[in-house]
Every structure is written in structure tokens, then in C-alpha cells.
Ligand binder design. Structure first.
Ligand code: 2BA
Length: 109
């Protein structure tokens, strides 16, 4: 069994959860915040049997889109003595950032 930890954009989260549930996957949603943009994103925990791993990954890839976002200068640099004028930068976020863990045990009590 695998645990998929998928960090996705809020805009994609509800559709992705709906489609995962429709296909019979169990999903837990966490409201999270990206360290760089300091903006909200969504982390999904999806536990899947090995033979359902690829279909779950394919679904995530289909639903999650990459988008450009304008980010302010990194907060750590703003307001430092002698610092430059802050300028916005463009970053490409997503589709999804995914970690895959092998599950030792899956227990429901
Ligand atoms: P954030 O940390 O808010 O990052 C949003 C986007 O900003 C990133 O998109 C990337 O395009 C850009 N970015 C991040 N750090 C940067 C840096 N030091 N310099 C320049 N640009 C930078 P994604 O790579 O698609 O990441 C989306 C979200 O996934 C991240 O939001 C974070 O919440 C999570 N994430 C990404 N990589 C991670 C990692 N190695 N470990 C844990 N979470 C991660």
C-alpha cells in the first residue's frame, strides 16, 4: 500500500476530491500554506492499494493545472537595512507536488 501526499492548488482541490471519491479512493484534506508564497494551498492524503496507485496518480495529473502567480519579493528580504525596492516575481505553481510513501501498516480501529 502507498500513501500519496499531494499538495495542490485550492482551485483544483474540490474537483480533485470529488473525482477521487467518485472513483472509490479515500481522501483526507488538510488546509495548508506554502512556505514561499505564504498563500493557502491544499494537501491531500490518499491511501491506495498498490494496484490502484497509478490510476490515482493519473487522475491527479489530469485535474491539477499549473498556473502562473505573481509573488511579492521574499518576505525575509523586505525591510532589511539597505535593502532594495521590493519587486514582484512570476512563479509557476503546480500542477501538484507529490510525495509517495510506502505504508507499513494500515489500521482502522
Ligand atoms: P510555495 O512554497 O508557496 O511555492 C509556490 C511556488 O513558488 C512553487 O510552486 C515554485 O514555483 C515557487 N517557489 C517555491 N520556492 C521557491 C524559491 N525558493 N525560489 C523561487 N521560486 C520558488 P511548486 O513548486 O509547484 O510548489 C507548490 C507548493 O508545493 C509550495 O508552495 C509548497 O507548499 C509545496 N512544496 C513544493 N515543494 C516542496 C517540498 N520540497 N517540500 C514540501 N512542500 C513543497
Amino acid at each position: 500500500m502507498k500513501l500519496i501526499i499531494a499538495i495542490v492548488q485550492d482551485e483544483d482541490a474540490s474537483r480533485l476530491i470529488g473525482q477521487l471519491m467518485n472513483d472509490g479512493f479515500g481522501v483526507t484534506k488538510l488546509a495548508t500554506t506554502g512556505g514561499f508564497l505564504r498563500a493557502g494551498n491544499t494537501t491531500l492524503l490518499v491511501g491506495v492499494e498498490d494496484d490502484r496507485f497509478q490510476p490515482a496518480m493519473d487522475l491527479i495529473e489530469r485535474v491539477c493545472k499549473s498556473r502562473k502567480q505573481i509573488a511579492p519579493s521574499p518576505a525575509s528580504m523586505v525591510g532589511m537595512p539597505g535593502s532594495y525596492t521590493p519587486y514582484p516575481i512570476e512563479v509557476v505553481v503546480g500542477g501538484a507536488t507529490i510525495f509517495v510513501l510506502t505504508v507499513d501498516q494500515f489500521v482502522k480501529l
